[in-house]
Design a protein around this ligand. Structure first.
Ligand SMILES: [Zn+2]
Ligand SMILES: [Zn+2]
Length: 360
């Protein structure tokens, strides 16, 4: 038995209970979790914005140590430190063959069938195939990325979703170059990672936008050169900071119609809006036919930071090692498995960035 934070019904609080994990089958690994981050997608899965079969162990951002492996596993051995990967690519489908593993047809297969049992023997799902809000989990070996011995597990978990997504949006999807202007709307773990990556590539100015002034210091600490409180005049203020034109690149790290529109209006003619935040199925964003033509902008969807974790994690770890990325400061609060609901509450109030769950 291991303890896990379980979503019993969407819209209900998460409860902590014991689950029974199977021994790892062929191609599977069992991981003892060291730390897991509470991501905005966990809240969206919990509140019904995103689809989630229940009951489910939430959590998809994590790092831990492999405790056992099934037959035929070659990606990890017992004792290895690993990052969880909630979008493991198969390497064989059309998208993987195109070099777009973040669009793999099988990236979400792990979450479709139950992976463990509740104490009463009923089946339970692993959210996004990962189930990181548990002391241990069992996943396909493609769901882990081996870390070098030199990497401490304390802060690295945030890399597996927030940084791959936020930094990936800047480095991979948009491929921002030195001197280009950047605005990032929504400064949670993903948005702050985007700011850090913009700083790392030498973007200028780097404008952070969030709902309250309370995020101003946090934004600056993560690379913003300017901070704007979101509201009716956000786009005008961004244009004033970018030669009257608007930013070369705008990153929506929220996924709501109004923030996507803000990014649209805050980017320059010919600029690019990258939609990083995961929105709801029924939310509609309106554009006039004329503005789509006239502004010559690119509206770009961004799944998982257009990342190939096997290649990007080592690259991002290099950036951490030489100080261009700072993982420790992305975790603004620490809790235990029992604190998931409080972490969701803080998220709804826009307080802090990442809450990290620590396991004993
Ligand atoms: Zn996430
Ligand atoms: Zn694939």
């Amino acid at each position: 038995m291991v303890r896990a934070a379980i979503l019993t019904a969407q819209g209900e609080p998460v409860t902590v209970a014991d689950i029974v994990l199977p021994e790892p089958g062929p191609g599977q690994v069992r991981v003892r979790m060291h730390a897991a981050g509470v991501c905005h997608s966990d809240l969206s899965l919990a509140n019904g914005t995103l689809t989630q079969p229940v009951p489910a162990v939430l959590g998809h951002e994590g790092a831990g140590v492999v405790v056992s492996v099934g037959d035929g596993v070659d990606r990890a051995r017992p004792g290895d430190r690993v990052l969880m990967n909630w979008a493991p690519s198969c390497g064989a489908c059309w998208f993987c063959q195109q070099g777009e593993p973040y669009l793999c047809e099988h990236g979400e297969d792990g979450g479709r069938e139950p992976y463990a049992e509740l104490a009463d023997g009923s089946p339970v799902y692993a959210s996004l195939g990962t189930g990181a809000f548990a002391e241990e989990t069992v996943v396909d070996q493609r769901g882990v990325i081996r870390l070098p011995e030199s990497v401490a597990l304390d802060h690295v978990a945030v890399l597996s979703c927030a940084v791959l997504t936020g930094a990936g949006a800047v480095l991979n999807t948009a491929a921002v170059r030195p001197g280009q202007s950047v605005v990032v709307v929504g400064l949670g773990g993903v948005g702050l990672s985007a700011l850090q990556a913009a700083r790392a590539v030498g973007a200028d100015p780097i404008i952070g936008v969030d709902v309250t002034d309370a995020k101003a210091d946090l934004a600056r600490a993560h690379g913003a050169t300017e901070f704007v409180v979101s509201g009716k005049t956000t786009a005008r203020e961004v244009r004033a900071l970018t030669g009257g034109r608007g930013a070369d690149y705008a990153f929506d790290c929220v996924g709501r119609p109004e923030t996507i529109r803000t990014c649209w209006s805050a980017s320059r003619r010919g600029g690019t809006v990258t939609v990083v935040g995961v929105g709801g199925k029924t939310d509609k964003v309106e554009f006039s036919a004329l503005e789509l033509y006239w502004f010559g902008r690119t509206l770009h969807g961004c799944v998982f930071g257009s990342s190939d974790p096997d290649a990007d994690v080592p690259r991002l770890l290099d950036m951490v090692a030489d100080g261009r990325l700072d993982l420790a400061s992305l975790a603004t609060a620490t809790t235990t498995l029992d604190g998931v609901n409080d972490a969701f509450a803080a998220m709804r109030q826009g307080v802090g960035a990442r809450t990290m769950i620590r396991f004993e």
